[in-house]
Design a protein around this ligand. Structure first.
Ligand SMILES: [Mg+2]
Length: 346
């Protein structure tokens, strides 16, 4: 349903591996002072002086993590970078470099790889990171992208530092990426039946963008520093609010009360949930792919974040033996369980 306007199809076999990487990365620039040598030798060389380093890696698999029938390749490249950077920011770190490895089958022409790399280049520019290496190889099972992100950190924040009475805070709003996916899946089914249908996606622009082109919260790391707030624990929301809360609670050995009426939802999420007859709280709890940051702060830091529209205080931590609960609008308490993305439709 998203038309391929790029009609040129140069076979991958036209390039040797090194010629292809040179071709795909020829516009990439090095901006980080910690990058001594990027692409072009057997390995990259980095110098972080005395700083601590964080490293994280992610593998995205066609048919599991993305569907090319509605995911434009440029967006896929962008998103693959963003989901990795989100993990770097969740450590309270500054992202500095990435490596990119891609496996493709022969059904992809060179132009498809150019589109993926164009998305990677855009993300690298926006998030100010260097692409310092990678690999391309052939695949018999579709498209795979693996990205490793590197960052530097002064004051890292782990998942295990939350204390009873700490406030639970989330950035942005939740559930939009999941509802965007529901709309795209629906339109895909419509398109299968009638390829000439022109979907009106106008009412869903925000939620579709959150699915196809998410952003990582680099801005929040700077904002927390400016506000002089160091979270006691932090995680990014890739799998859904409930499973991330469970990670923080288990690793910190605390319990939690989460207030349903405090969970931030965009109006488009609420209206689309009504249209699909899905409970918006369930979507926020289990939808995933929001790439917002979830963290805890000590109560003494509350005045520093109180008036800031980027933050919602959604609950507070308790003793571990008090358990993890959702306090509903009707004031009843439901245990928080991890359902996550994959089991959501069961
Ligand atoms: Mg994460």
């Amino acid at each position: 349903m998203i038309e391929d306007k790029n009609q040129q199809r140069t076979p991958l076999s036209g390039f040797g591996e090194f010629g292809l990487i040179d071709h795909l990365t020829k516009n990439f620039k090095i901006n980080q002072s910690s990058t001594i040598k990027g692409i072009g030798d057997d390995a990259a060389v980095l110098n972080f002086e005395n700083k601590k380093i964080v490293i994280t890696t992610d593998l995205l698999v066609e048919g599991v993590h993305f569907d090319l029938s509605y995911m434009p390749l440029k967006h896929l490249g962008y998103k693959a970078v963003v989901v990795n950077l989100s993990d770097v920011y969740a450590m309270n770190a500054k992202a500095t470099q990435i490596t990119v490895s891609i496996a493709v089958s022969n059904r992809f022409p060179v132009e498809a790889l150019e589109d993926i790399y164009a998305g990677i280049e855009t993300a690298a520019k926006i998030y100010d990171i260097d692409v310092i290496g990678g690999d391309t190889t052939s695949s018999t099972t579709g498209l795979l992208i693996s990205i490793t992100a590197i960052g530097e950190v002064e004051d890292e924040v782990y998942r295990n530092g939350a204390k009873p009475k700490d406030l639970l805070v989330v950035t942005g709003d939740l559930g939009a990426a999941f509802m965007g996916l529901q709309v795209l899946e629906r339109e895909k089914e419509v398109y299968k039946v009638n390829p000439n249908s022109q979907p009106d996606l106008e009412p869903y622009t925000y939620i579709i963008e959150r699915q196809l082109k998410p952003e990582a919260r680099k801005d929040i790391i700077k904002l927390l520093k400016d506000l002089d707030v160091k979270p006691t624990s932090m995680i990014d929301i890739s799998d859904g609010l409930s499973s991330e809360i469970i990670h923080l609670c288990k690793q910190s050995n605390v319990g939690c009360d989460l207030y349903e009426d405090k969970i931030p939802l965009d109006p488009q999420v609420i209206s689309t949930c009504e249209e699909f007859n899905i409970d918006s709280t369930t979507v926020a709890l289990n939808g995933g792919e929001d790439y917002e940051l979830l963290f805890t702060i000590s109560q003494s830091d509350f005045p520093k974040i109180q008036a800031n529209p980027n933050f919602s205080v959604i609950g507070y931590m308790k003793e571990a033996n008090e358990g993890m609960h959702l306090v509903t609008r009707a004031d009843s308490k439901i245990p928080i369980k991890a359902q996550g993305w994959k089991n959501f439709n069961d």
